[in-house]
Design a protein around this ligand. Sequence first.
Ligand code: AP5
Ligand code: MG
Ligand code: ZN
Length: 214
Amino acid sequence: MRLIVFGPPGAGKGTQAKLLSNHYGIPHISTGDIIREEIKHDTALGVRVRSYVERGDLVPDEEVIEIVRRRILLENCSRGFILDGFPRTIIQAKALDHILNSRGLKIDAVINLIVNEEELIRRLSSRRICRICGATYHLIFNPPRKDLKCNICGGELYHRSDDMEEAIRRRVRVYNTETKPLIKYYEEKKLIIDVNGNGDINSVFSEILRKLGG
Ligand code: AP5
Ligand code: MG
Ligand code: ZN
């Protein structure tokens, strides 16, 4: 199964992609997570892309396409994968088609999470992330059991640098201008599955599974 989890910043792409990855036993590939790791370790790529991410702008297409090309061709993706946060431009979508087509593979579905804008801001401004294992929490909707410590590994929780109000607004704007047009692109390929993402985490997940047919 090769899925794309699609939607604006804060829609719950990472949350749902992780659940889908456990359910189907296939890797969760988040370009945002990969890029943040590179930045954290000050790699050459991390240094090149840091300022884009902090402002809330997209990283140049060539950089992300190369990351994804390398990842989806790994052996552990032979049974499929869940893409989260990629593609985000028409150029990226065409590059993905090219990589898959040339190997006789294709995307099975694009899950389009639809969430209203006030809810996106509410979710992002109170999101916290584990510094060690990357687990995602929300101070109100999905709080850690112990004050600001990760339930899974006990790691400290931090506030993403692009989850400040100005960067959030910019990310939503960039989504609307550069990424949203992909819905039409995938609609034409009959791959879009619309999911109401405003409900709680478990009800959104159930709706996705139901629409995917289990
Ligand atoms: P990325 O990391 O992909 O960020 P994003 O698209 O802005 O999305 P988020 O991760 O903020 O939100 P999400 O939809 O995953 O929501 P989550 O599950 O965390 O990208 C970051 C940056 O990297 C980009 O700005 C860009 O610079 C660069 N980048 C990445 N990919 C790129 C690409 N392809 N091309 C170019 N540049 C790229 O949920 C949000 C919060 O809500 C959490 O606190 C969660 O606990 C909570 N929550 C989730 N679901 C629910 C629910 N149903 N009810 C209540 N709360 C919920
Ligand atoms: Mg995410
Ligand atoms: Zn953790």
